[in-house]
Design a protein around this ligand. Structure first.
Ligand code: BG6
Length: 512
């Protein structure tokens, strides 16, 4: 893991897709925060690459606006100016070989102007996935992968491939000119503080790990819900759907951290060796049992808090007969000694009632019931790991209700990150950019993990595409997805948790 006091070596960060949405919303604010925290090297420059013909100053204005939109509190103008002065822009056609010669010259010039001893470069591909093959290839052709004068790293956004076959192809093409240790495949979920805290909760405490297995855990549930629709991303999303967009990457990586064996050390490979074993142990779903173990849905028109909400099929850029799922729920098993027989349930969706991501560990009930209230409360011991919002942890257990007899009441013990008033939760991109700058790939996806996740998902993609008898259920926007998803959790007295924005809320009390 990276040491937070590590200042990266001098380098130039090249952002392809510099005027795009991700750069505006995530990369620029994250880089500015790193500047404020003095985590950027003294000799450092950001070179934005885009198709628009704009000047360095236009790019600085554009980035200044992005910073204004990203922060609610007004930032120190002097710091903003200092940061913007490090930004440069180059117009380029990324499909054209010549552009890379111009790029190399521009980088050499920036190196000289900044008196950088080494020619260290990071290339961030914040572009449509269709360019993930061509940009690295042409960079290499222009020798911008050559490490004789300094390291060269490449950061690739998700999705890495469209399915297993295309992920293999993309990797084959990358391998021709880039070493695995030069490639950083970003999955921003791994950069979230609360996702990393899964490791700390599990491995810095002696009290959870002895229970963390099939002997004591009944099932594990992971929810990642969003209370908004596809917005202006239909061009991408309609080709992708919830399974590719959220499950194949973010949620399966989260499963990896929740289910992994303790690593031998906190070294990048030690951790990634363990998470990949989890993904490789996922029991394959055959096309036949996809129908019983998965649910897909698509939001339909509705009225939320008095406001009319479009059906997915009426969103801008979505075809009127789109079969793309905006909701996915899966049940699966991890076939290893720790988890044999423990079902895992994951679900994600757009236009659900609230924005929340959490994992719920449901412990088994006691082997014998001494108290009447235990009947029907088979899932009363729960550990809820809240990734966002109201980040924290909640433990549920039974306590005696004061008074005569032995009445049991389920109570909660909760920790909220915002109780630590002096602690700021950094954005995932801040952490991940810094890690790439210092060469720590722990929180980036290794290729074997990417393949293992695609391998697991592929039969679901195939069955959903080829088997028309697997329904695409409509669900009104603003609800918890298709009702039938409740039946995925088959056991008596067990159901999904219906979380709220606040960690302690559920279907019984919810201030959404
Ligand atoms: C992205 C998906 O990777 O993650 C989006 O493409 C999704 O569709 C987003 O909204 C969720 O990220 P977060 O950090 O807001 O949970």
């Amino acid at each position: 893991m990276s040491n937070q006091n590590n200042i990266p070596e001098d380098h130039i960060l090249v952002i392809f897709g510099a005027t795009g949405d991700l750069t505006k919303r995530k990369l620029m604010p994250a880089l500015f925060e790193l500047e404020v925290l003095r985590m950027l090297p003294e000799k450092f420059a950001i070179l934005g690459i885009g198709r628009s013909s704009i000047s360095d100053n236009d790019f600085r204005d554009h980035s200044n606006k992005a910073l204004k939109n990203a922060f609610t509190k007004v930032k120190d103008q002097k710091k903003i100016k200092g940061f913007l002065d490090r930004l440069f822009y180059l117009q380029a056609d990324t499909q054209n070989e010549e552009s890379y010669i111009a790029l190399r010259e521009k980088l050499q010039l920036l190196r000289k102007q900044n008196s950088m001893q080494h020619f260290n470069l990071i290339f961030y591909l914040s572009t449509p996935p269709s360019l993930y093959e061509v940009i690295p290839r042409l960079l290499a052709k222009a020798t911008l992968n050559d490490e004789s004068e300094g390291w060269k790293r490449i950061i690739i956004e998700k999705p890495f491939g469209y399915d297993l076959q295309s992920a293999i192809q993309l990797n084959d093409s990358l391998k021709k000119s880039w070493e695995e240790n030069q490639v950083y495949r970003i999955d921003h979920y791994l950069g979230k503080e609360t996702v990393q805290n899964v490791l700390v909760t599990r491995f810095s405490n002696g009290i959870f790990e002895p229970l963390w297995n099939r002997n004591f855990i009944h099932h594990v549930e992971i929810t990642s819900a969003e209370n908004f629709g596809v917005g202006n991303r239909a061009g991408y999303y309609d080709q992708s759907g919830a399974l590719r967009d959220m499950v194949q990457n973010h949620l399966l990586h989260l499963v990896g951290l929740i289910a992994m064996e303790p690593p031998a050390s906190m070294d990048a490979d030690a951790i990634r060796n363990e998470t990949v074993k989890v993904l490789q142990s996922l029991r394959p779903l055959s096309e036949k049992n996809v129908a019983e173990n998965t649910i897909r849905g698509q939001y339909t028109a509705s009225t939320i808090k008095g406001k009319k909400v479009n059906a997915y099929r009426s969103e801008d850029g979505v075809s009127a007969d789109s079969q793309t799922e905006t909701y996915a729920a899966l049940k699966f098993y991890i076939d290893n000694w720790r988890w044999g027989g423990v079902p895992f349930y994951i679900r994600t969706g757009k236009h659900l009632p609230t924005r929340v991501t959490e994992a719920v560990i449901h412990f088994k009930p006691t082997p014998h019931y001494l108290f009447a209230q235990q009947e029907g409360c088979e899932s009363c011991n729960q550990l809820i790991i809240r990734i966002q919002p109201d980040e924290g942890i909640l433990l549920k257990f039974g306590m005696k209700t004061p008074g005569v007899g032995f009445n049991v009441q389920n109570v909660s013990m909760d920790f909220h990150y915002n109780d630590l008033s002096d602690v700021r939760i950094p954005d995932a991109y801040e952490r991940l950019l810094l890690d790439a700058m210092i060469g720590d790939s722990t929180l980036y996806a290794r290729i074997d993990a990417v393949f293992a996740a695609w391998k697991f998902i592929q039969p679901v993609l195939d069955a959903w595409k080829n088997n028309a008898s697997i329904p695409l259920h409509g669900y009104p926007a603003g609800t918890w997805g298709p009702d039938i998803a409740d039946d995925l959790i088959e056991e008596a007295n067990m159901k999904w948790r219906y979380p709220c924005a606040v960690l302690t809320g559920d279907e019984n009390f919810c201030a959404l």
